[in-house]
Design a protein around this ligand. Structure first.
Ligand code: 5GP
Length: 124
């Protein structure tokens, strides 16, 4: 696992050094609009703790942080109107490392919706 870079852009957002458009904040989790949205709904969900990737978070975060993050996603999809009770669905994506083409090395979940998002990946 690469060392966590405390100067990555999301760490700076968490420290309040860079503004963000917050959608939801809980004790351990922040959700905010992506700066370059790829869909009508494009929100990033991040843990407040320092984790590089989903596997880093899943392996190393305390249970309370994982529970908080997971429940925050459920609240968020409802509040964004993309959950399956009120809306028409969404895609959740997380990119990790070079092959995942991860730009920001702080674990984040993309929630994309508001239109049909298309096929999961382009066939190679
Ligand atoms: P990744 O490729 O790492 O999965 O996605 C990083 C995402 O972060 C991209 O969708 C990009 O548009 C978004 N992003 C990069 N810098 C900023 C920023 O300063 N603010 C916000 N809100 N999003 C950002």
């Amino acid at each position: 696992m690469p060392a966590y870079d405390p100067n990555n852009i999301f760490a700076r957002i968490l420290r309040g050094e860079i503004p963000n458009r917050t959608v939801l904040e809980t004790e351990h989790t922040l959700a905010f609009h992506d700066i370059m949205p790829k869909a009508p709904v494009h929100v990033l969900v991040i843990p407040k703790g320092a984790y590089v990737s989903y596997d880093d978070f899943a392996a190393n975060a305390p249970d309370a942080e994982i529970l908080d993050f997971t429940r925050a996603v459920a609240r968020l999809t409802r509040e964004l109107g993309v959950d399956l009770d009120n809306g028409q669905g969404y895609r959740a994506i997380t990119n990790a490392g070079e092959h995942g083409v991860q730009e920001v090395p702080h674990f984040h979940l993309h929630i994309l919706g508001g239109r049909n998002i298309g096929r999961m990946i382009d066939p190679a």
